[in-house]
Design a protein around this ligand. Structure first.
Ligand SMILES: Nc1ncnc2c1ncn2[C@@H]1O[C@H](COP(=O)(O)OP(=O)(O)O)[C@@H](O)[C@H]1O
Ligand SMILES: [Mg+2]
Length: 253
C-alpha cells in the first residue's frame, strides 16, 4: 500500500458524482453526489430503503453504478469488486462484519490476505506473524482482547467490532465505511466504537458512518447527508443542525 501517502492537505479522498443505481424496477439511487475529506466523519442518515447501503456498496466495489462517476484521491476509479477497493485503501465494515467465527483474531485480521512463509520450500500460512501483527494493531488502537487465540465467535459483539476495525486499520484504510456498526452492540460497546471512530479521525482517515441512531450520528459526525427514496434530500454540518431537522429530512414534508 502507501500509494496514497502523497495526498496532502485536505483535498477530497472521495468525490462521487451523480451516482445512480437500479435494481430491476427499483430506482435505489438517483443521482447522488458525495465528497469525503481526510479526517472527516460523514454520516449517512435515512429511513430503511433510502439507498444508504446501495451508495456505499458502489463506493466499495460491491455494486456497479448505472450512472455517475467516482474519484478516489483525485483519480477516476471504477472498482470491479471489493478486493480492488480494499487494495486501494477503502475498507468497509458491514453489520455482519464478515468475520470468520471459527478463526482467531490474527487469522481474522489477515482474512483473505494471509502471510505465507516457506518451510522446506512449502508455503505455509504464518500464524505467529498474524497473531503478533494483529496484537500490535489492536494495542495501537487501545483495544484490549485477552484471548487473542480464541475463536472470534467466542468474543463479545464489541470485541468483534473492534477486530473488524482493527483489520481495516491494519491494512491502512484511508477511507473507512461503516454500515450500522453499533446496531447489535450494548451501550458500553457502542461507546467504545464511537471512541475508536474519534481516534481514527485524528489519524487522517475519512469515515462514512451509517446509523439509525441519531445520538451516535450527532456525537461522531462532522457532516450529515440525508437520503430519502434514493435521493439526497439534505446535507448539513452537524454543528449547524439538530436531530429534529434530520428526522424531518428523513421522513419528508
Ligand atoms: N441487491 C438488491 N436487489 C434488489 N433490490 C435491492 C438490492 N439492494 C437494495 N435494493 C433495494 O434498493 C432500495 C435501497 O436499499 P438500500 O440501499 O439497502 O437502503 P438502506 O440501506 O438505506 O436501507 C430498497 O428499495 C431495496 O429494497
Ligand atoms: Mg442498509
Amino acid at each position: 500500500m502507501g500509494q496514497m501517502d502523497s495526498v496532502v492537505g485536505s483535498s477530497p479522498l472521495l468525490e462521487a458524482e451523480n451516482l445512480s443505481k437500479r435494481f430491476g424496477g427499483v430506482h435505489a439511487l438517483k443521482g447522488v453526489s458525495l465528497t469525503l475529506l481526510p479526517s472527516e466523519v460523514l454520516a449517512l442518515a435515512g429511513d430503511n430503503g433510502a439507498g444508504k447501503s446501495t451508495l456505499i456498496k458502489i463506493i466499495s466495489g460491491v455494486h456497479h453504478a448505472d450512472g455517475g462517476s467516482l474519484r478516489y484521491a483525485g483519480k477516476e476509479m471504477k472498482f470491479d469488486n471489493p478486493h480492488q477497493a480494499r487494495d486501494c485503501g477503502i475498507e468497509t465494515i458491514y453489520q455482519d462484519l464478515a468475520l470468520a467465527d471459527n478463526l482467531d483474531v490474527g487469522a481474522n485480521v489477515f482474512l483473505g490476505r494471509e502471510p505465507v512463509r516457506r518451510i522446506f520450500g512449502l508455503p505455509m500460512v504464518d500464524r505467529r506473524l498474524m497473531r503478533e501483527e494483529a496484537e500490535k494493531t489492536l494495542r495501537a488502537l487501545d483495544i484490549h482482547i485477552h484471548r487473542l487465540s480464541s475463536p472470534i465467535g467466542s468474543l463479545s459483539g464489541g470485541q468483534r467490532q473492534s477486530v473488524a476495525i482493527g483489520r481495516a486499520i491494519h491494512w491502512k484504510a484511508r477511507v473507512l465505511i461503516m454500515d450500522e456498526p453499533t446496531a447489535a452492540l450494548g451501550v458500553p460497546e457502542q461507546r467504545k466504537v464511537m471512541e475508536l471512530i474519534a481516534n481514527l479521525k485524528g489519524s487522517g482517515v475519512g469515515i462514512i458512518f451509517i446509523s439509525h441512531n441519531l445520538i451516535d450520528i450527532f456525537q461522531v459526525s462532522d457532516r450529515i447527508m440525508v437520503l430519502r427514496r434514493g435521493s439526497k434530500v439534505g446535507e448539513v454540518r452537524t454543528s449547524e443542525t439538530n436531530p429534529d431537522e434530520i428526522v424531518r429530512l428523513m421522513v419528508g414534508g
